[in-house]
Design a protein around this ligand. Sequence first.
Ligand code: NAD
Ligand code: WQD
Length: 356
Amino acid sequence: MTRSGPGPPSTVLVTGGAGFIGSHACVELLDHGYEVIVVDDYSNSTPEVLTRVERIAGRFVGAVYELDVRDRRALSAVFDRHSVDAVLHFAALKAVGASTRLPVEYYDTNVGGTTALLRAMREHGVHRLVFSSSCSLYGDAGRGPLDERTPARPTNPYATSKWLCERVLADVCARLPEFTVLSLRYFNPVGAHPSGLLGEDPRGEPDNLMPYVAQVAAGRREVLRVFGGDYPTRDGTAVRDYLHVMDTVEAHRLALDHLGDAPGLHVYNLGSGSGSSVLDVIDAYARASGRAIPHEVVGRRPGDVAELVADAGAVAADWGWRPGRDLDDMCRDSWRFQRLNPQGYAGSARRPGPPR
Ligand code: NAD
Ligand code: WQD
């Protein structure tokens, strides 16, 4: 029943489609006329998100399946039922800290989930995949913009799991020439949909900077701890390449257009190419929210590096993709989501949450 035809994909399976980036991707695809099928186990999300996706897009998601991507039988049934042209694979566990405590769970979900998906795709003649990779696989590779040839030096199980997935995907593509896989190494996606209906809603204390700053601005948390003021950077705080989630998902839509270009695995950085320090983010958020962001500099967070900035020249050259939104846009949209959803998606039914 299923196929992976030569034309541009029209039916796209989105794993992890209720998550932060996946939900924005669903809107982007619905807005551009794609038929969207979602699978998600809601381990880090809620079904309410998909209701909001449909509200924004003014269209329904074609079908939604609550399942774990490692459940081969359930996943196979989805491919039996729908004529899938391509897959966006977002479903994964993503917390670096938790991965150091729970390496088995991280490898099982991230690597095992990817191989289970590849198996189902192969069995159903679907050969086009866009994979969510991460800048974290560069680890402490060094300063200056990093291009895709920079050797991977992952420093935690999460980052290693993404690197292993890329190795698996490279091998699969080398041996099964019908496959085309685009692996997108995101730097730091942040922000929210401009409607204020979709955004990042971490459970418990946020691990990541921007959701933490958002909760401090809103008065939900008292003070932001700035991890390290003694890095060899402009202001002593660590520098990252922040990327608006809307730009991130636009790149995924373009990726679907380019899945037919050449078989094999192709790896691209998704970043802006310019770095912002923790203090830059605090300043931009204070401007966007009109609120002070109380903060104190504390010791470095174990495993953090001074600077991670993308050389995103390859994706610009090959697809003409460049992010159109800046740090002020990211903070403004994050703040809108925070203001309109002070407790995130709380109030809607939630599952127990990912392993922490
Ligand atoms: P997220 O946790 O918000 O979304 C992941 C979604 O996958 C969630 O809805 C979760 O419920 C679902 N999921 C998890 N395990 C599953 C399983 N076994 N079966 C089915 N569904 C499952 O994360 P996100 O920030 O949207 O990240 C999406 C992808 O991008 C992930 O692969 C992540 O590793 C990668 N990535 C994220 C960032 C970032 O900073 N957010 C950066 C680089 C890469
Ligand atoms: C950014 C900067 C912190 C929180 C992570 C993953 C990476 C990718 C993107 C998935 C750092 C500092 C943070 C806080 C702070 N995700 N910080 N106080 O660590 O660059 O990347 O998300 O693939 O794999 O590692 O992002 O937002 O956690 O931190 O000072 O309360 O903010 O030290 O310098 P990071 P982040």
